[in-house]
Write a protein that binds this ligand. Structure first.
Ligand SMILES: Cc1ncc(COP(=O)(O)O)c(C=O)c1O
Length: 374
């Protein structure tokens, strides 16, 4: 099956084979070496200086990392503003509320562009905001939020910025410059091409040092986890096979030319899909502003129902995702992460043509039969 959903992704042979590495106790020297190599490798992906930044590993999925970031890195006097323009922004608000962080939102329609002027107006209206949280790539629609411009605004106002980069880390630019940028949450199994089970938060060492341990959670406590990992240990049991896979995936990412090369590759693969689907009348949902290179959402034309469409494509070996919640019947999403080739995507567009033609033929036959029997 070719996975064209936004993670988990198809694995390369190098990553798959790495999972079969030797049995390993998470309290051994060999584990400590593996963990350190991965933490350094994660910073390297976006050229982050290890004397300024630290990567803390967590066992879990992307949501684990995002929630750990919000539970651990917001000091007690935080007033948080969450930018919402999709499912994952809204989820951050729910997490902040769950941890009793005072939170206001800038709530925009799903897929909307987050203009800095809108954020500025929301900050003015809220008054006492100290921290902003936003999603870099809103996987709900494929919208890429303008991290650089929004971070600059946070800089101008002396705010800290926390970013859900779960579906962008490793393939979209993450500017290390803005002082406001305080923490970034990511996962192994999207643009990095590892397997699900390991997530991470990258944060400024100086900020982490000011945060209290176990402030809102034990299992999501990045302060203790970071301290233990700096000593070569780990607060809780980790998953060596997932870490073997991430280690290999980071090596592959580096050998292939780093995040910019991966960005270009996704762009090329996405263009093959767009070119192949346009003659079928299937067009991208977002036409303005910036879209991610990772995923494109397409209009689902009237009469094409998502479930039979998905099932027909799955029967031909391709997994796609529908839109989320209210967008379920209105769009479908195609991601180009993972070990996929140009040929895979050319064949995918041929499969879509096959499915849509079969449907048109069925409708024409039904109409002809009705006319003949009528
Ligand atoms: C932007 C973003 N944040 C968070 C998540 C949640 O990640 P997970 O499903 O791995 O917990 C996703 C998943 O697609 C995502 O795209």
């Amino acid at each position: 099956m070719k996975l064209l959903n936004p993670g988990p992704v198809c694995l390369s042979p190098r990553v798959r084979e790495a999972m079969l590495g030797p049995d390993l106790c998470h309290r051994s020297d060999a584990f400590a070496a593996l963990q350190t190599r991965i933490r350094v490798g994660l910073l390297d992906v976006h050229g982050l200086d290890p004397s300024v930044w630290t990567a803390v590993l967590l066992t879990g999925s992307g949501t684990t990392a995002v929630e750990a970031m919000l539970a651990s890195l917001l000091p007690a006097d935080t007033r948080l503003l969450v930018v919402e323009n999709g499912v994952y922004g809204e989820r951050m608000t729910a997490m902040a509320r769950g941890h009793r962080v005072p939170v206001t939102t800038l709530t925009l329609p799903w897929g909307a562009i987050v203009e800095p002027a809108k954020l500025a107006a929301a900050l003015d209206a809220a008054g006492d905001v100290t921290d902003v949280a936003l999603v870099h790539h809103e996987t709900t629609t494929g919208r890429l939020n303008d991290l650089e411009a929004l971070a600059t605004l946070c800089d101008q106002r002396g705010l800290r910025l926390h970013v859900d980069a779960v579906s962008s880390f490793g393939a979209e630019a993450i500017p290390p410059g803005p002082p406001a940028l305080t923490s970034v949450a990511g996962t192994a199994n999207k643009c990095l091409h590892g397997v699900p089970g390991v997530a991470f938060v990258i944060t400024r060492r100086a900020h982490l040092a000011t945060c209290p341990a176990r402030a809102r959670s034990v299992v999501l406590d990045l302060v203790t986890a970071g301290r233990e990992q700096d000593r070569g240990g780990t607060a809780f049991t980790q998953s060596p096979p997932c870490l073997y896979a991430l280690d290999a995936a980071l090596g592959e990412h580096r050998d292939a030319g780093g995040w910019a090369a991966r960005h270009d590759r996704y762009d090329r693969l996405g263009a093959i899909v767009r070119r192949g689907l346009a003659p079928l009348g299937l067009h991208p949902w977002l036409t303005d502003g910036i879209r991610s290179c990772v995923l494109t959402a397409y209009h689902l034309p009237p009469g094409l129902e998502i479930e039979p469409f998905q099932r027909a494509l799955a029967a031909r070996g391709y997994l796609i995702y529908p839109g989320q919640a209210a967008l379920r019947e209105r769009l479908f999403r195609v991601a180009t992460m993972g070990a996929l080739s140009e040929t895979d995507l050319e064949r995918f567009t041929a499969a879509v043509a096959d499915v849509t033609h079969a449907r048109t033929n069925r409708r024409t036959n039904r109409r002809t039969n009705r006319r003949q029997t009528g």
